[in-house]
Ligand binder design. Structure first.
Ligand SMILES: NC(=O)c1ccc[n+]([C@@H]2O[C@H](COP(=O)([O-])OP(=O)(O)OC[C@H]3O[C@@H](n4cnc5c(N)ncnc54)[C@H](O)[C@@H]3O)[C@@H](O)[C@H]2O)c1
Ligand SMILES: [Zn+2]
Ligand SMILES: [Zn+2]
Length: 385
């Protein structure tokens, strides 16, 4: 089959790879119809992780079931399914509590597994024609009848829609509250949509890219352009000097200061200032345990200069981590099906798999208009939206 393979930093190519096969009776094989490029893929693409050459990327996958193992009872050949990026076993202590991002058995020695991802187990990704899904009954969400019609919406259930929702859940966003979201990338935009779904009153979204801020506005957010002055001051102005009730971090360790240089503590320290005393902060932007290629000494060890004094004095709380996609995907799927949520609104490019290497270049450069790329392995020609 054809697949998008990592060769080294800034070097991904479409190569011929072996077709995946049923390895366990609980496996399901899926022919991928849509697979997205994610901001998380860029950490690997940039060479900022220890991902090995030869691995297939792709953890945001949806497709049609083409084969099921003997022990698969629920999922049937022909079903349209969307897979959470986390791979769970369904029977460990964490999976039982719906904490599927921290499965204890799929990646022994580490809590959490995913497709095509550094440090998340040996599983190949789905930026390919086919994908093997372990514990298929647990890890496939069977989609409704309109799956093909709303394909780009349902594909967002694999990661960014539930992840954006998780940011608002970790932050504890309630109806009528104000929230500040750092980052208007796909995850921040989905947090914006989710904050609206949860009934937030004032949703302030910080970024420096006008095209992304415009999308945030379309989704119900108030754009805060950090290139036009302190984001913290702008948020304080909008909240009577008190700060927002809740904050969401949707940028991660490669966040930038106002000069556009990477500085890993910027968003966390700004959130402490932009969120009110006793407010809470949900962090879904990825922070890593080691980052040897960083220019910052502390960040090399995965540490940061965090303003803990102000955080403590303000009595704030922080919750963090990968999104437990399976905790939310069924309910968010219902909102898509009934027309109450349309996460595909942020899709900027629908491309064939062959066009993926070029798409990585543009998306990595945060080129204007490259907000979210969906790849269609079954298609040969592209149509830019
Ligand atoms: N926790 C999870 O389960 C999970 C899942 C998916 C993605 N992620 C992570 O979420 C983060 C965002 O993902 P994405 O796909 O939206 O990435 P992205 O890189 O496309 O978007 C990040 C945005 O943050 C903006 N930004 C940079 N510095 C900033 C600052 N100081 N203040 C405000 N905005 C700033 C950038 O301009 C960019 O638009 C990444 O770290 C990704 O790995 C986490
Ligand atoms: Zn992702
Ligand atoms: Zn488990």
């Amino acid at each position: 089959m054809k697949a998008l393979v990592y060769y080294g930093p800034l070097d991904v190519r479409v190569s011929e790879m072996p077709d995946p096969e049923i390895e366990q009776p609980t496996d399901v094989l899926v022919q991928i119809t849509t697979t997205n490029i994610c901001g998380s893929d860029l950490h690997m693409y940039d060479g900022r992780t220890n991902i090995e050459a030869g691995r297939i990327f792709g953890h945001e996958n949806m497709g049609r079931v083409v084969e099921v193992g003997k022990a698969v009872m629920k999922v049937k050949v022909g079903d349209m399914v969307c897979m959470p990026f986390n791979i769970g076993c369904g029977h460990c202590k964490n999976c039982e509590r719906k904490l599927t991002a921290f499965c204890l058995t799929m990646n022994p020695g580490f809590a959490g597994a995913a497709y095509g991802f550094a440090g998340m187990g040996p599983y190949e990704g789905g930026q390919a024609e086919y994908l093997r899904v372990p514990y298929g009954d647990f890890n496939c969400l069977i989609l409704p009848e309109d799956a093909s019609e709303k394909e780009n919406d349902y594909a967002m259930l694999s990661d960014i829609f539930p992840t954006g929702y998780h940011a608002t859940e970790l932050a504890g966003v309630k109806p009528g509250e104000s929230v500040v979201i750092y980052g208007a990338g796909p995850v921040g935009l989905m947090a914006t949509l989710s904050a609206r779904i949860r009934g937030a009153d004032k949703i302030m979204v910080v970024d420096s890219h006008p095209d992304r801020l415009r999308l945030a506005e379309e989704l119900g957010g108030i754009p805060i352009d950090m290139s036009k002055g302190s984001a913290v001051d702008q948020v304080l102005d909008l909240t009577d000097g008190q700060g927002a009730d809740r904050g969401c971090e949707c940028v991660g360790y490669q966040c930038c200061n106002k000069h556009g240089q990477e500085q890993s503590n910027v968003t966390m320290n700004e959130l402490v200032q932009a969120v009110k005393a006793t407010g809470s902060i949900g962090v879904v932007g990825v922070f890593v345990q080691e980052d040897p290629k960083s220019k910052e000494e502390l960040q090399k060890k995965g540490h940061m200069d965090f303003d803990f004094g102000s955080f403590w004095m303000k009595g704030q709380s922080i919750a963090t981590g990968q999104a437990n996609v399976k905790s939310y995907n069924r309910e968010l799927c219902a909102l898509i099906s009934s027309g109450k949520a349309k996460p595909s609104a942020i899709v900027s490019h629908e491309l064939s798999l062959d066009e993926a290497p070029d798409a990585y270049k543009h998306f990595n450069a945060r080129d204007k208009g490259w907000t979210k790329v969906v790849l269609k392995p079954g298609k040969t020609s592209s149509n830019k939206k």
